[in-house]
Design a protein around this ligand. Sequence first.
Ligand code: PLP
Length: 221
Amino acid sequence: MLSDDEIAHRWGGVQQSVRRSTSAATVVAVTKTFPVEAWASVIRAGGHDVAENYAQELISKSEEFSRRYPGLERPRVHFIGRLQSNKVRILAGHVDVWQSVDREVLVDEIARRDPGAHVLVQVDPLGEADKGGCIPGQVPELIARARERGLVVDGLMVIGPTNGDPLLTRRAFERTVELADEFGLPVRSMGMSGDLDLALACGSTMVRVGSAIFGDRPPVR
Ligand SMILES: *Cc1c(COP(=O)(O)O)cnc(C)c1O
């Protein structure tokens, strides 16, 4: 892993991109595959938010963080990976924001295991199917169901198109912002290392940044 100094430097660079844009976006540091030290580096650099993709990895880091850094502010922990409903029970208590809620069973299970939790509805505006997200037509039902069950819907989350075509990416981000506006949702979680500036230009309020802060990840699963 990179040194604290190097991470703080890269963190500053991402913050600068945010300041240069017209959006006031929260930077969520994506720490998947990096050790728990990455959480501590984010806090020391002045960040407050980390995100994880895998249930067991998140839980291990959450427990390890409490043991190893009792004096340090605890980050707000976001779950951003493909979520299986049977993982919700073990994740509850470790997750502060459930970002990848894209179907009814997840709404129901989160409401049951983590009452009153904050969630984002993940949308797949281009119908790519391979990385989760509901079609835009399902967004109203999911929001309504989540609210009925006492969850707090902060906003929408989207993952830009895999092929990185800027025109398609822009279309996906703009559609997401339109939907968020339509439902009066303040949070638009969009933009990663590769499409950060475009996301900010389109009105992102939350970017999820991994490699631009921590360097390249070792290849996963
Ligand atoms: C891994 C991941 C990110 C961060 O990706 P980088 O390209 O490393 O910035 C953001 N969002 C999701 C959903 C991810 O899985």
